[in-house]
Design a protein around this ligand. Structure first.
Ligand code: FES
Length: 83
């Protein structure tokens, strides 16, 4: 039996099942824009889903450049869009 956990993305609560990646949980919660490009402010989201493209990077508990498709979501995590 899976357990529901909650973390925040840009201050908003995201509920997901234990064991989901941050990226999967965000997409499942209709959070399609994970960051913007440095030049042009173009929105980015999941592209490869396997840790290759870095399009999904976010800030996790204050640590920048974390690939959200590779990191398991945990209860109480603080996730923010990358700048
Ligand atoms: S979606 Fe490509 S590295 Fe995460």
């Amino acid at each position: 039996m899976t357990q529901t956990i909650t973390f925040t993305f840009n201050g908003n609560p995201i509920h997901c099942e234990e064991g989901q990646s941050i990226a999967a949980a965000l997409i499942n919660s209709d959070q399609r824009e994970l960051r913007k490009t440095r030049f042009g402010d173009e929105p980015r989201s999941i592209f490869c889903g396997i840790g290759i493209c870095f399009d999904c990077v976010v800030v996790v508990n204050g640590v920048a450049n974390q690939r959200s498709c590779l990191i398991e979501a945990h209860d109480g995590m603080k996730v923010e869009s990358a700048q």
